[in-house]
Design a protein around this ligand. Structure first.
Ligand code: NIG
Length: 422
């Protein structure tokens, strides 16, 4: 196999899991000793990282690329998006910026547009969104269904996404039939029956995950628990949209109780939520094959969605408190037409630093290793030897520029599985 060596790396963020700090030690939630190399080189072989170390010790290779003194991070791992949709909700956004509150009901508008889109159009839309994310340094992408809400439409969305996983464009598919109760449903319970019955049976083969929007205007805690139980029985890993609009539906408690891999949004948390999430950090992960971890073991990661918080004018999720309590943290874009119409992880990372009081290292880790843990992936989110060679080369000498120069085009190159993608 030909080898490629990248030199001229001013900062190489390997975030090597083998060098993680123990709880309570410096760098535990950011970069620990040895996880960022200076004046470094990296060797790619067969799509994987084959060697990292000081540039002066780089081995001979078949191809050489001098990155000219730039910083290299693992590609972003975006663990929460809703890419399978058609239509536009900029008018709803504009009204919100003029003072209207966000409500789950807007999902119906996108559902109507998505149902009306022919397969080829929907696929082209999703592929364009993937390309946009890739251009910003995202190399691992999850997407949810959730704008179909019938057996046929949810299956169509999941199959489309699974096809893109097989084509090596996407990474993870989540079934979100329980996004909202569609207008044509007789009542919520009847719709939950459909989701946990015929719909789950049809969609399960296309997805690795199931998710539920446990929130006012969507599903109650009991309804959400039914969805999670059925998903687990079907062999899917669990994810929860929780505590976004308020605490009363107890999405965090539900996620922790059911061993969900991730609970996302988490804007409204009390001390008991922080404690419960932190307690799951001690749950050990289990390997489950090449690059994968068991979806039913390990912590419930708290996934914060800074762009969504800004776009809905919600209280920012308490990322600082979550880390201080000892919880595992991920940052994701929540790209979707209603609450967060951006896949820019760089924007999310900058916001986490500038507004949520994370250090740059904490934010970078949450947007790489954190996302990988939330997706139970061991092959991405870091650049240790053996990892998928997913690299984000910044047009900057140091990663702090992500927050120091927010909004600037800092993505210089993107490599995915050892191949230049951007
Ligand atoms: O993650 N919270 C639920 N689902 C999406 C919003 C979807 C929409 O409004 O279209 C979210 O924010």
């Amino acid at each position: 196999m030909p080898t490629t060596v990248l030199t001229g790396i001013s900062e190489l963020w390997t975030l090597d899991p083998a060098l993680d700090a123990a709880p309570g030690e410096p760098g535990r939630h950011g970069a620990a000793e040895g996880q960022v190399l200076r004046e470094a080189a990296l060797v790619i072989e067969d799509g994987r990282v084959a060697w990292t170390g000081p540039a002066s010790a780089a081995p001979a290779a078949d191809e050489y690329h001098d990155l000219g003194g730039r910083a290299v991070l693992p590609g972003w791992v975006d663990s929460h998006t809703h890419l399978v949709f058609a239509g536009d909700r900029s008018a709803e956004f504009e009204a919100r910026m003029a003072g209207q509150d966000y409500a789950a009901g807007g999902i119906a508008v996108t559902t109507a547009a998505t149902r009306a889109a022919p397969d080829a159009e929907l696929r082209a839309l999703v592929r364009a969104r993937i390309a946009e994310a890739r251009a910003g340094g995202t190399t691992t992408l999850e997407t949810k269904t959730g704008y179909g809400l019938t057996v046929a439409e949810e299956t169509r969305a999941a199959a489309l996404a699974a096809g893109l996983v097989n084509a090596g464009e996407l990474d993870e598919v989540t079934f979100l039939g329980a996004h909202v109760v569609p207008a044509e449903a007789e009542h919520a319970e009847a719709y939950v029956d459909l989701v946990v019955g015929e719909m789950l049976t049809a969609v399960a083969e296309h997805a690795r995950w199931i998710d539920v929007f446990c929130e006012r205007g969507a599903f109650t805690r009991e309804q959400s628990a039914r969805v999670l139980r059925a998903g687990r029985d079907a062999g899917l890993g669990l994810r929860v949209h929780g505590n976004q609009l308020g605490p009363e539906h107890e999405g965090v408690a539900l996620a922790v109780e059911h061993g969900a891999a991730s609970v996302d949004h988490v804007n409204h948390l009390g001390p008991a939520d922080l404690e419960a999430l932190a307690a799951t950090a001690a749950r050990p992960v289990r390997a489950a094959g090449e690059g994968l971890l068991d979806v039913h073991a390990g912590p419930t990661v708290a996934t914060v969605l800074p762009a969504c918080d800004l776009s809905t004018r919600a209280p920012l999720a308490p990322a600082r408190d979550l880390l201080d309590a000892g919880a595992e943290l991920a940052i994701a874009s929540n790209a979707n037409p209603g609450t967060s119409n951006t896949s820019s992880m760089a924007f999310c990372v900058a916001t986490a630093v500038l507004q949520m009081r994370l250090s740059l290292a904490e934010a970078v880790r949450a947007a790489t290793r954190g996302g990988a843990l939330a997706l139970r992936r061991s092959d991405v989110g870091h650049l240790a030897v053996g990892a998928r060679a997913d690299l984000h080369v910044l047009d900057a000498p140091a990663a702090i520029h992500l927050a120091y120069r927010p909004g600037m085009p800092l993505t210089h190159q993107v490599w995915r599985a050892g191949v230049r993608a951007v």
